[in-house]
Design a protein around this ligand. Sequence first.
Ligand code: ATP
Ligand code: MG
Length: 653
Amino acid sequence: MNASEVAAAAGAQISEESQQHVYDPPAALAKDAHVKSMAEYAKMYRASIDDPETFFGDMARQFHWETPFVSVGPKYNFNMNDGKIFIDWFQGGKTNICYNALDKHVLEGHGDEVAILWEGNEPSEDAKYTYSEVLAMVKKFANVLKAKGVKKGDTVTLYMPMVMELAVACLACARLGAIHSVVFGGFSPEAIRGRMHDAKALDAALELGAGDFSVSSVIVFKRLDGSCPMVDGRDTWWNDEMSKADSECDCEWVDSEHPLFMLYTSGSTGKPKGIVHSTAGYMIGSHATFKYTFDYKPGEIYWCTADIGWITGHSYIVYGPLLARATTVMFEGVPTYPDAGRCWAIVEKHKVNQFYTAPTAVRALMKSGDAYVEKYDKSSLRILGSVGEPINPEAWRWYYTVVGESRCPIVDTYWQTETGSFMITPLPGATPLKPGSATLPFFGVQPVVLDDKGNELEGEASGFLAIKKPWPSASRSCYGDHDRFESVYYSMFKGYYVSGDGCRRDADGYFWITGRVDDVINVSGHRMGTAEVESALVLHPSCSEAAVVGMPHEIKGAGIYCYVVLKDGAEADDDLVKSLKAIVRKEIGPIATPDAIQFTEGLPKTRSGKIMRRILRKLAENPGIELSELGDTSTLADPGVVASLKEGAMKVA
Ligand code: ATP
Ligand code: MG
């Protein structure tokens, strides 16, 4: 950390101009928080960078190690000129993450505390599972897997909806040292009740798979009534297997660097990448970020609305919370069923203390109006979280005032599948917040802003967001393809992990993610991130959501093309186009004036709720493009939206 960053971290130089936009941590919350002030944050941050051996060593020693590590490290190479890229933490140690997430708590006398609080799609359906109960199920399921021949180092694919058995299956794999690979259930929100149809998708996938790999066993969990074709000799029922399984199962002790799981990225910018995470580093990273960022204390009820099929579910529904002995809510449904008040009904019912969701959900709920939120008692809420995309300041303020009743800090957590845990995030008892900024780095994380040539920029700057040194939960490889891992993340600027995101660091050292580097628009030589223009559009009272991409422009090089979703009741006419252009001009400047505006009912989103701008870019460039030329659309939540966007684009052109 350089001098100005330390000063910024200590809260010393929040500029006067930005002062009016800053939200300080509530004193009552800061008083009992794990990190109580910016001075404390700065001190811990310094220690994590200057002496990772002690800082992360102390954190790691809170867990059980069957064989203690001899050194913390990290040992690593981030520079392709010096050979293979590798990262290695906690050398010589042997542990097991399932043991630390379950057995340890039970042995220490906390077996009766609730580990998983499951809330079904139907509001009448819920269930509680204590740490002892989850452990008993995990041991049995580990024995089921063992009986199928699964052993340390094997890969097990999990394709399940949000039932607690999915968490059990992950933990059972970890117990055996098998690598789990969760494939997103893939249910569109509307189709949540029609999920039995998706069992067919699985059957089709298994048939397809027979060509180049073979599936010897399938264990089927029956969630709803309905037919499910079973193949003799290959397929068995979860419940039948569990009823026969032995109830004792020892942990397989694995090396610190033993792979824990692989998981695909969301596919926003291209073909999804199969990311591999290690055991010990991931354990320390997911636990520490969960504990400090949500200021979690045992006894509290924590709820993350993500699906376990993406990284947020892995780190912040399953591993982080269970390692911290939390009660983690697992929700099977969608925020709009039976109506747009469902989230707040759940908050009231279970007295949720921490609520963590994505900007796309915040915008959707904001669009439905305040009455749904105000109807419920939300006094239990202490901390709100956001993840997945930059959160527009407008949505941030609604989340803060209407949902959080101006009482709850919002932790805007910036990270990636590849990073395993939070990279840039506020700590709720310490960090003054600026709406739209993920604020400052987490312990052990050294972000830098690079220019086009890979030079580190000092102070206030915009450029490529990269990381200088390894943090414990950094991804170790792409599954079966280390070359791809090196070329995607380490080849662009030698010696750095390159995130693929653009960012701006302001005078206070705060980071603002400006969007994907691939999405940067170069208008008459000015580089513009998509996030800023989108945030300006969303300020308009008629605009509910916006996605911005570049389009070819004869004079400017690139023009600005905006896809706009209107709020219910808004009229899509010429006056609206004019006033939308005006608001962007006013907020950012004439250079950012949109060249084209296309109104649309919906945007193409990944199943994790992110806008797939690459599709929008191709349509803006060439509205006549064949749908088959749009690239990998396999992770789109609703592929149908593409055809109607194309139709709209033809009209604009
Ligand atoms: P792919 O890598 O396949 O294109 P993806 O990047 O969308 O997919 P994820 O790993 O799920 O897959 O998402 C990580 C990305 O999400 C980040 O690189 C960043 O662009 C965005 N993101 C996540 N959290 C935030 C946040 N708090 N603020 C801004 N952007 C965020
Ligand atoms: Mg990515």
